[in-house]
Design a protein around this ligand. Structure first.
Ligand code: ADP
Ligand code: MG
Ligand code: MG
Length: 247
């Protein structure tokens, strides 16, 4: 589904990704772990096509697309979803407006007609209820005054509505209490644990992986994947840290 080979990428002239290779098949969940500053968020931004991130070498294939040729909105329409490490606040735009615009832009990209307000509201309320987010919160401006847990639940609602083929979730577990962690983990499993979907789960901590069991765990250090294994690798990292691996 996703094939990255020898990816080199820079921001503001600084080389961050230095020959990263990774292949993800449909139906798989891959966890990416690694020390601070290794380039994990950069990988997410490069995949999503965030302006300012320049790919200087390597290939980026998603389904039958060459991502390097595609604008961010075209990548999203092709089924790529990025959940942010730091969700942005959008004063003056309600969650409902934002989500409806996002979904209808996706549908337009796929040549499908927009949903009516009533159709959309039904989907949005069902997703919020499934994620344990009070549907009333959907009327409030995007993320403004939301707690950390509410932001992440709202992001999962967004993912459920967009229904992407491939999700890159960047530290979705940071700052969550146990209930929110469980809700977010269940959300990821419900929405994305399907034979035709895949997930790249960027995380610092093993605990999210108790809820979302990865098929593969990779260590990203200094811009490359330096080690790969199964779920047991996350447990080993939790015990031993990165010092021997990144060296
Ligand atoms: P991680 O998510 O693994 O903690 P990041 O991908 O966020 O790491 O960052 C990787 C490196 O890129 C860090 O050393 C960071 O300081 C650097 N970096 C990020 N943005 C910029 C920028 N705009 N200019 C220069 N360096 C940057
Ligand atoms: Mg970090
Ligand atoms: Mg990061």
């Amino acid at each position: 589904m996703l094939k990255i080979e020898n990816l080199h990428a820079e921001i503001d002239g600084k080389q961050i990704l230095k020959g990263l290779s990774l292949a993800v098949n449909a139906g798989e969940i891959h966890a990416i772990m690694g020390p601070n500053g290794a380039g994990k968020s950069t990988l997410g931004y490069v995949l999503a096509g965030k302006p300012g991130y320049e790919v200087t070498d390597g290939t980026l294939n998603f389904l039958n697309f060459d991502l390097r040729d595609m604008a961010p909105h075209a990548r999203a329409a092709a089924g790529l979803f990025l959940g942010f490490q730091y969700p942005v606040e959008i004063p003056g735009v309600s969650n409902l407006q934002f989500l409806r615009e996002a979904l209808n832009a996706q549908r337009k990209g796929r040549g499908e007609p927009p949903l009516s307000g009533a159709e959309f509201l039904k989907i949005a309320r069902a997703q919020a209820a499934a994620l344990g987010l009070d549907p009333e919160m959907l009327k409030r401006p995007v993320n403004v005054g939301f707690s950390g847990g509410e932001k992440k639940r709202a992001e999962m609602v967004q993912m459920g509505i967009i229904d992407p083929k491939f999700a890159i979730l960047d530290e979705t577990d940071s700052g969550l209490d146990i209930d929110a962690l469980r809700a977010v983990g269940a959300g990821i499993n419900t929405i994305m644990r399907k034979p035709d979907r895949a997930v790249l789960l960027i995380t610092h901590y093993q605990r999210l992986l108790d809820y979302v069991r990865p098929d593969f765990v990779h260590v990203l250090a200094d811009g490359r994947i330096v080690r790969s294994g199964g779920p047991e690798l996350a447990l080993e990292l939790e015990r031993e840290g990165y010092k021997d691996i990144a060296a």
